[in-house]
Design a protein around this ligand. Structure first.
Ligand SMILES: *[C@@H]1O[C@H](CO)[C@@H](O)[C@H](O)[C@H]1NC(C)=O
Ligand SMILES: *[C@@H]1O[C@H](CO)[C@@H](O)[C@H](O)[C@H]1NC(C)=O
Ligand SMILES: *[C@@H]1O[C@H](CO)[C@@H](O)[C@H](O)[C@H]1NC(C)=O
Ligand SMILES: *[C@@H]1O[C@H](CO)[C@@H](O)[C@H](O)[C@H]1NC(C)=O
Ligand SMILES: *[C@@H]1O[C@H](CO)[C@@H](O)[C@H](O)[C@H]1NC(C)=O
Length: 640
């Protein structure tokens, strides 16, 4: 019996290898339609060259992750607030032994000796050193050496697609190195230079700044909030007056990517004018993969984000409440979202093949100035709320890469963590104003809208931007931000709509149908729409290198929302309740009708259009609206 089975399998494998293009034996596992711009295949790769083949395995139970998350996050669930331990998360999603066995058996049957096949310690991926010839044979593809148009960089990648037997494909997320190299090249303007998440103008959101300004008002005046947003303006806009009661159990997490750093003396100068009692206060620094603020940074573009985030997050939560600064990555700026997530959750490090060197820092980094320690894998302290004001264009990354990362946000949600991301500052266009061609390539002046990631991940809360209208009072309704920046928003080309959002999005699309065809944005009502909420993003007074600037961006909206949500956590913790965790199922539920200030005016132009329009109810510019703190507090205190 044993022998027969084996014979049959060998035979099947032979058939599939002989007929490697037969659609019956194999399926295309990942596809790329065109060679990325600026890259040309110059020759077939040397048949005998050796490459490290890595096969990322599908996680077990991943199909159920949304249900698990809703179970602990939906206000009507009997398990609301019963969050999971990190150990339960790791155990639940570890790839099944069946997946390991099937992939291993396929490799052996294809001629790879079993002693060459390794399994990562966490069971997330299978690896082997193989020749190009073997890789081509296994994957039904051809490897080429590609050269950049500048001629100075070459890369190895496979052509168009790679294939796996159907029964193997089911258990695999992706294989590297294959097509992912291409995505790396797409994201950068200058081919060959791998620019990282913390680099302004390289696929990241950076606040826009104006100034320095001379006539910054001090103190508590509210008459000028249409010109200058300060802490008192934000308190007035969102009814945010709160004194923490459970500060020792709580912390608000702000994530920064080196070389973006804050300047301590700027924090003091800001506090001197707006929150005197906080002079001398500092965030608690959690250094990840060599993250440090002592890098003598002088470029204002690398100081704006961190100074903004910390001056406002710390100023809003006030003296009693600690703020945690997660400073990620070494001074050359190789840290990424994945490096951060690795540090929070040790089970993520090798999950589904682990990090992608095209986007993520690999430590120790041999480059001069690179962090020489090992990649941090678990052990970083968790805060209840985490705010990040950086992001990519969806088209910068491959779907598999984004799905892997998005699942990790769901896991943080299972652990009771609220994750906020700014939605982007270019309206329906992406970073650098890029849009999409009909073929899905990033380009200036292209017609299709460009959604931003992680805003389109259904398991984070995406935060858009509003403004106090020119000439208006702080008590007047805000509009979508139309000064210097436009609130990022729209519909994903990758992620399907989550259940919690369906009704709100359907209402918007049917009551106020946007005037664009389906080839401009995914108008089906079946794709994830963002942002979820919004907060002011215009005219923030921020001290940088001792001077006062006005800053604009969803970069501000995210930490401000995070500070308000952190106060809700404090109130719940002080009553012996758990933190609010993943908030989306709650805030879209009928129990929270009217808990946000609905924004009904303004648009988010981009890609040669006026973008979408803010309307009553949820909209893809300002989400459900801005926080109404007394309402939010009351309703969250009503939940178990
Ligand atoms: C703080 O106060 C000083 C002194 O009045 C003033 O020059 C400066 O512009 C103020 N800074 C801010 C951020 O308002
Ligand atoms: C920053 O500057 C100080 C003083 O000039 C110097 O001692 C220190 O080594 C510098 N740090 C870095 C990371 O360059
Ligand atoms: C880190 O960044 C430097 C400078 O951009 C680069 O030379 C190096 O290869 C990067 N390291 C990794 C692991 O990508
Ligand atoms: C729109 O999104 C849905 C859900 O992700 C997807 O099934 C559908 O194919 C998308 N439509 C287009 C035209 O891309
Ligand atoms: C709508 O927004 C525009 C500018 O963004 C503003 O001029 C106008 O006053 C706003 N209208 C209302 C009704 O708020």
């Amino acid at each position: 019996m044993m022998v027969l089975t084996r014979l049959f399998l060998v035979l099947a494998a032979c058939v599939s290898l002989v007929a490697s293009s037969s659609p019956l034996s194999r399926v295309a596992h990942e596809i790329r339609r065109s060679v990325p711009i600026r890259w040309t295949p110059v020759r077939r790769a040397d048949h005998h060259a050796v490459l490290p083949l890595r096969i990322g395995l599908k996680q077990n139970n991943l199909d159920n992750i949304e249900d698990y998350l809703l179970d602990v996050s939906h206000p009507e669930s009997s398990n609301y607030g019963k969050y999971w331990t990190p150990a339960k998360v790791a155990k639940t999603f570890r790839p099944s032994s069946e997946a390991v066995d099937i992939v291993r058996a396929w490799l052996v049957e294809s001629g790879l000796e079993s002693h060459r096949i390794g399994l990562s310690p966490t069971g997330g991926w299978i690896h082997a050193m193989v020749s190009i010839g073997e890789a081509e044979h296994l994957l039904g593809t051809k490897y080429y050496v590609y050269q950049s148009s500048q001629g100075d960089v070459t890369h190895l990648a496979c052509e168009g697609a790679y294939h796996l037997p159907e029964h193997v494909s089911k258990h695999v997320d992706f294989v590297t190195p294959t097509l992912h190299f291409n995505a790396k090249m797409k994201r950068s303007d200058s081919p060959g230079s791998v620019r990282r998440i913390g680099q302004p103008g390289a696929g990241t959101v950076t606040p826009k700044l104006v100034g320095p300004i001379k006539d910054a008002s001090i103190g508590t005046e509210l008459h000028d909030c249409n010109n200058q947003i300060t802490l008192p303006c934000l308190r007035a806009l969102y009814g945010f007056e709160y004194t923490p009661l459970a500060a020792s159990e709580n912390s608000l997490g702000i994530v920064e990517y080196t070389p973006n750093v804050y300047i301590p003396s700027d924090l003091d100068q800001f506090f001197k004018n707006y929150s005197k009692s906080q002079v001398g206060e500092r965030p608690v620094l959690v250094s990840i993969d060599g993250g440090s603020i002592d890098i003598n940074e002088t470029d204002i573009n690398f100081l704006a984000e961190s100074n903004l985030d910390l001056q406002y997050a710390m100023g809003l939560v006030g003296k009693q409440q600690q703020v945690t600064l997660y400073q990620v990555g070494d001074v050359i700026g190789n840290g990424s979202f994945n490096n951060f997530l690795d540090a929070l959750d040790g089970s993520y490090c090798a999950f589904e093949g682990g990090n992608d060197p095209a986007f993520d820092g690999l430590y120790p980094d041999p480059a001069p100035g690179g962090f020489k320690g090992p990649n941090q894998c678990g052990g970083a302290p968790l805060t209840h709320v985490i705010s990040t004001s950086y992001g990519y264009n969806e088209a910068d990354l491959t779907p598999a890469y984004m799905q892997r990362q998005c699942a990790e946000y769901a896991k943080l949600g299972l652990m009771g963590i609220t994750v906020l991301y700014s939605s982007g500052d270019n309206g329906v266009a992406g970073n650098q104003g890029l849009c999409l061609t009909e073929d899905g390539e990033e380009a200036e002046g292209a017609p299709r809208f460009m959604p931003g990631f992680p805003g389109t991940c259904p398991y984070i809360t995406s935060v858009g931007a509003t403004q106090v209208n020119p000439g208006a009072k702080v008590t007047d309704p805000e509009s979508a931000c139309e000064q210097v920046i436009f609130s990022g928003g729209g519909f994903s080309n990758v992620f399907a709509i989550p259940e919690y959002q369906r009704a709100a999005v359907r209402t918007y699309l049917t009551k106020y149908p946007p005037p664009y065809a389906a080839n401009i944005y995914n108008s089906s009502g079946y794709s994830r729409a963002f942002p979820d909420i919004s907060a002011n993003g215009a005219n923030y007074l921020v001290v940088i290198q001792g001077k006062v600037f006005r800053l604009y961006g969803t970069s501000a909206s995210s930490p401000v929302s995070a500070a308000i949500l952190s106060a809700v956590n404090d109130a719940r913790l002080s009553e012996g309740k758990g933190p609010i965790g993943f908030i989306n199922p709650t805030i879209y539920s009928s129990a929270f009708n009217g808990a946000f200030n609905d924004i009904t005016n303004g648009t988010n132009p981009g890609c040669g259009t006026n973008g979408f329009a803010a309307r009553p109810g949820w909209d893809p510019i300002t989400g459900l609206g801005t926080p109404n703190f007394p309402e939010l507090l009351g309703r969250w205190l009503d939940l178990p």
